[in-house]
Design a protein around this ligand. Structure first.
Ligand code: ADP
Ligand code: MG
Length: 248
């Protein structure tokens, strides 16, 4: 649990729908993310979790409904672009540049996204790598790092630009089981530090222990949401029960 969740919404989706071709993948989604909150999205593959996250991050547009960021509606493409500059994204695939060191990967993001001088960028990048426990590996190339370490570099790269919110889409799904813990531990640390986070995950332990609120998605709708104790301890929806029965 996060110590202080504010009532102020950082992001708010109001009646958001989205189709791909003839398939309606999101149906009138209403969902807000509050400052300092760790919001965890769970649900079967294809239920719409990534699409919700991508719309929140400004990577995808809604067909209808409204997206509000910091109480400002996100209507035009220019604003969406602005939002993308102030969020951190971590995906299943780390997508590090193989010919750059850990430090080089993080530094490059700062020079590109923040137009920092190489010296300032390098200093900030080192601080951020230290935060994910990788200061000693700064000069290693991705091929010299484990999957868990590579994902921590990817987290550092996203964090370095000091985003207002961090999105994680199955950040541990590509990792060998023994490497999952070091990544969820870094994510827990961010949560403890008060970072606003939206996390799509299959790690029910993380959802239960670190989530402030858990949202269960089913076929493009929010079937149920609540505090972890409610979702895991006393789910009301039959589909939530079936899903948890399958994954736990
Ligand atoms: P989840 O993350 O819960 O697995 P997604 O949001 O990725 O679900 O996908 C929801 C549905 O939308 C799926 O049926 C998926 O195949 C479809 N979908 C997602 N992205 C696209 C896309 N870019 N083009 C076509 N269909 C898509
Ligand atoms: Mg997904």
């Amino acid at each position: 649990m996060t110590a202080s969740v504010s009532s102020k919404p950082v992001i708010n989706l109001a009646g958001v729908s989205k189709s791909f071709g003839a398939t309606k993948v999101l149906k009138e989604i209403n969902l807000d993310v509050r400052s300092g909150e760790v919001l965890v999205l769970i649900g079967a593959s294809g239920s719409g979790k990534s699409t919700v996250l991508r719309i929140m991050a400004g990577l995808e547009t809604a067909d209808s409904g409204e997206v509000w960021v910091n109480e400002v509606p996100l209507h035009d493409e220019r604003r969406a672009k602005e939002i993308r500059g102030h969020v951190g994204m971590v995906f299943q695939q780390f997508n590090l540049f193989p010919h750059k060191t850990a430090l080089g990967n993080v530094t490059l993001a700062l020079i590109k996204a923040r137009k920092m001088s190489p010296a300032d960028a390098k200093k900030r990048a080192m601080e951020t790598l230290d935060r994910v426990g990788l200061a000693e590996r700064a000069e290693h190339y991705p091929s010299q790092l484990s999957g868990g370490q590579q994902q921590r570099v990817a987290i550092a790269r996203a964090l370095a630009v000091e985003p207002g919110i961090m999105f994680f889409d199955e950040a541990t799904s590509a990792l060998d089981p023994e490497l999952v813990g070091e990544v969820t531990e870094v994510m827990r640390g961010l949560a403890r530090d008060g970072m606003t986070m939206v996390v799509v995950t299959h790690e029910m332990g993380f959802a239960r222990k670190t989530g402030d609120r858990v949202v269960f998605m089913d076929k493009g709708v929010i079937a149920e949401q609540g505090v972890p104790e409610h979702i895991f301890g006393n789910p009301q929806n039959e589909r939530t029960r079936q899903f948890l029965h399958r994954v736990l």
